[in-house]
Design a protein around this ligand. Structure first.
Ligand SMILES: *Cc1c(COP(=O)(O)O)cnc(C)c1O
Length: 362
């Protein structure tokens, strides 16, 4: 790639839905926050980026103080309070970053982070200290070095494009990156983690989808947290992608006040599956600075999953994972259904909560 890898940050003029809200005053002018909160939100904005797309703004009911979309995207003064357990690099990316743009934690797969910008900025983001309009994309030289790192290591089987949101790359740049990865013989899979199809579905154009065409399997993992996010336009974007042969998965962050409820999560997972999106991960909230209001306990998460197991199809069950601080990786922390009886036999709990000896006595 010879061109610079500049993301399209200023595509706003092109958007039929209007302009992304990026300043505290934009949120006030749009009626999403009261004017008396302007100073508070400006203080947060000085520290953490704001972006609310028109699609997302349209989902917010300003009259509802508990609106699950507003909670995810409208800043709060609570973000300026960092608890003792919270840290700038909550999952230890830096401990496993051999060169710029690469995180290599597991033997067979790497993260490649070509850009630092996102279409929206989530208030609970685990990379909130790294992302934002100020963060530079990889330069052509840095990207070439990252690709060389992957080429030189045959043990790498999968490249996960993350960021930032990799679909913020202009389709031409994205196509060049996918083609470069597609040409690496030892890679089996290219995976893309993105929120764009949920928060700005109109940008999932034929050109963008064509940029993802490859001989290798290209999996797209969508980030969705609440059933309100699954609009008709989002459904159309999913259909365009699945028709192009892209397998879709989803990831969800367990968030207090947004989706910490089995009914809400079941509705979300069913909505995803009905749009041909297989729920992959439910993430326990990371220890990102100023995000304590969103975190549940792990026991709460387990109880929610236990309740979902009985009520929803197996297709709707994500795996509940904790990404350990320090860079030790993701660990499944879902409920456990196996115990031992006093005489050492295995007891298995069914979805109603009844215990059974396994193997049965007779
Ligand atoms: C989350 C993550 C992955 C992907 O993990 P999977 O369990 O394969 O989805 C890979 N590398 C890093 C550094 C990660 O944080």
């Amino acid at each position: 790639m010879t061109d610079t890898l500049t993301p399209i940050e200023n595509r706003d003029e092109q958007s039929p839905a209007g302009r992304t809200l990026r300043r505290a005053s934009d949120l006030v002018d749009a009626g999403l926050v009261d004017r008396d909160r302007l100073i508070e939100i400006e203080r947060v904005a000085a520290r953490y980026a704001i972006a609310v797309t028109p699609d997302v703004a349209a989902l917010i009911d300003p009259a509802d103080p508990a609106d699950p979309i507003a909670a995810q995207f409208i800043p709060s003064a609570a973000e300026l309070t960092t608890t003792a357990a919270e840290r700038a690099d909550p999952i230890g990316d830096e401990a496993h970053a051999p060169i710029k743009g690469i995180v290599h934690r597991y033997p067979d797969r790497v993260l490649l982070k070509p850009v630092h910008v996102c279409p929206v900025y989530c208030r609970f983001c685990f990379r909130r200290e790294m992302v934002g309009p100020g963060g530079a994309a990889l330069t052509p030289v840095e990207l070439a070095a990252a690709l060389d790192y992957i080429r030189a290591r045959p043990a790498i089987w999968e490249v996960i494009l993350s960021g930032g949101d990799p679909l913020m790359l202009a389709p031409r740049r994205l196509a060049a990156l996918i083609a470069a990865l597609d040409a690496i013989p030892h890679l089996g899979v290219i995976r893309i983690h993105t929120r764009l199809p949920i928060v700005e579905p109109g940008r999932v154009t034929a050109r963008l989808i064509a940029a993802l065409a490859a001989e290798k399997a290209v999996f797209v993992v969508l980030h969705a947290n609440h059933p309100h996010e699954l609009t008709a336009a989002v459904g159309d974007a999913c259909r365009r992608m699945t028709r192009a042969g892209l397998p879709l998965l989803s990831q969800t962050v367990l968030l207090r006040g947004v989706n910490d409820d089995p009914g809400v999560l079941t509705e979300l997972m069913r909505g995803l599956v009905a749009r041909r999106v297989k729920p992959y991960y439910l993430h326990h909230g990371d220890l990102a600075p100023g995000t304590s209001r969103f975190r549940t306990g792990i026991a709460e998460g387990q109880a929610i999953l236990r309740a979902m197991r009985g009520d929803a199809s197996g297709l709707c069950q994500p795996s509940y994972v904790l990404d350990l601080p320090g860079g030790h990786g993701k660990v499944p922390v879902g409920p456990n259904y196996l115990t031992r009886s006093d005489d050492g036999r295995t007891l298995v709990e069914d979805f109603r909560g009844n215990r059974h000896i396994y193997p049965p006595a007779s």
